[in-house]
Write a protein that binds this ligand. Structure first.
Ligand code: SF4
Length: 355
């Protein structure tokens, strides 16, 4: 589907329009593909309100890969779920911001239109394919369902599409495996099926949330290569969410590092790896093995991420930061411009760059 398309509720065969209401979404091909502005998501918990995503902004163009990086609980998966419109509400609630897809703010759409946008324009690859796939239907039926529901294909035609997709993601003997159930596939092959599901209707954007975490290292590399190849071939925008800075190194163009619900550093991948401008990014980098650090001991980040109902005052990273001083405990750092296109939420980013 091109960015200039108009997606109409109920205008495709097999795509019912509940209530008979016809709404049109005008996607602007000149607008950024995905533009997230000041997104805020709160969770209402028995401990109080957790600010899980606290003013996150980024944009993504066709053919680019953005890595969103951070430890568990930093808000990266919640950001993805808010973009997709699949947050559990309650306890989660989007309390501010915009999610513009080719100029259309997805946060303003009704559930019916959100579902159509999800099916046609944004695909998602989840971490746990076994939970995401329905165990009682064959993978071919589940893949074909998208074509039956959203493209109006007949059962036999949808099956042909399912085989084509399985073949595309490298499932050997796709025509024979199409009638297998999810549990009959290995972990790596199931993740390939998930990628096929996400790409079925040729989306403009794919969000992959920890797509390789449950897999062994060799299979991880194969899955990342598959995602990168398909992204380049189809000129999609890809958001890769991970806690593992090593996973994004080879495939991301840009990286957004998150901590305690906020972005703390944004830059192109080379700048991040060569000279991180935030102590948290620097600590993440020092905690992974690198060829140029041969013989040096790996560091670990002291302490734990904060409870999001009690985020420390000032810079949220100060209790764990080796560069911290008095100002950090009182003054929340804004996103400083380090260089054109480079941002860091650290009062002392120049010192970090020189360290
Ligand atoms: Fe560390 Fe202070 Fe920079 Fe926060 S603002 S990252 S505490 S030096």
């Amino acid at each position: 589907m091109s960015g200039s398309d108009i997606l109409q509720s109920g205008d495709r065969a097999g795509d019912p329009s509940p209530g008979g209401t016809i709404t049109s979404l005008h996607f602007d091909p000149t607008a950024p593909l995905l533009d997230v502005q000041e997104l805020r998501v709160d969770f209402h918990t028995h401990e109080g309100v957790a600010h899980a995503v606290n003013g996150v902004s980024f944009s993504l163009e066709a053919g680019r890969t953005l890595g969103i990086l951070g430890e568990s609980g930093c808000g990266k998966s919640v950001t993805a779920q808010a973009i997709m419109g699949i947050l559990d509400t309650p306890p989660a609630k989007v309390v501010g911001g915009k999610v513009l897809l080719s100029g259309v703010d997805l946060l303003t759409l009704n559930e019916d239109d959100r579902r159509r946008v999800r099916a046609n324009r944004i695909g998602m690859v989840f971490q746990d394919a076994l939970s995401a796939l329905n165990p009682v239907f064959t993978v071919g039926w589940q893949l074909g369902e998208q074509f039956r529901q959203h493209r109006g294909l007949k059962r036999a035609e949808a099956r042909v599409e399912a085989i084509r997709l399985l073949d595309m993601v490298g499932i050997p003997a796709a025509a024979e495996r199409v009638d297998d159930f999810p549990h009959q596939f290995s972990g790596g092959m199931r993740q390939r099926v998930m990628i096929a599901m996400a790409l079925a209707l040729d989306p403009d954007v794919v969000i992959a949330d920890e797509p390789t975490t449950a897999l062994d290292v060799t299979v991880q590399a194969q899955i990342m290569k598959l995602l990168a190849d398909l992204q380049a071939e189809r000129n999609m925008g890809l958001i890769l969410i991970t806690h593992d800075i090593g996973v994004v190194a080879d495939v991301a163009d840009d990286i957004c590092v998150m901590y305690a619900g906020r972005e703390v550093e944004k830059a192109d991948v080379y700048s991040i790896y060569e000279s991180p401008a935030h102590p948290y990014t620097k600590a993440l980098l020092e905690s992974i093995p690198r060829i140029d650090m041969k013989g040096k001991q790996l560091a670990s980040i002291q302490g734990l991420p904060p409870n999001l109902t009690r985020i420390p005052p000032g810079c949220a990273f100060h209790p764990r930061c080796g560069f911290a001083r008095g100002r950090c405990r009182e003054e929340t750092p804004p996103l400083y411009t380090v260089a054109p296109g480079r941002l860091s939420a650290c009062h002392f980013f120049e010192e970090v760059l020189d360290a």
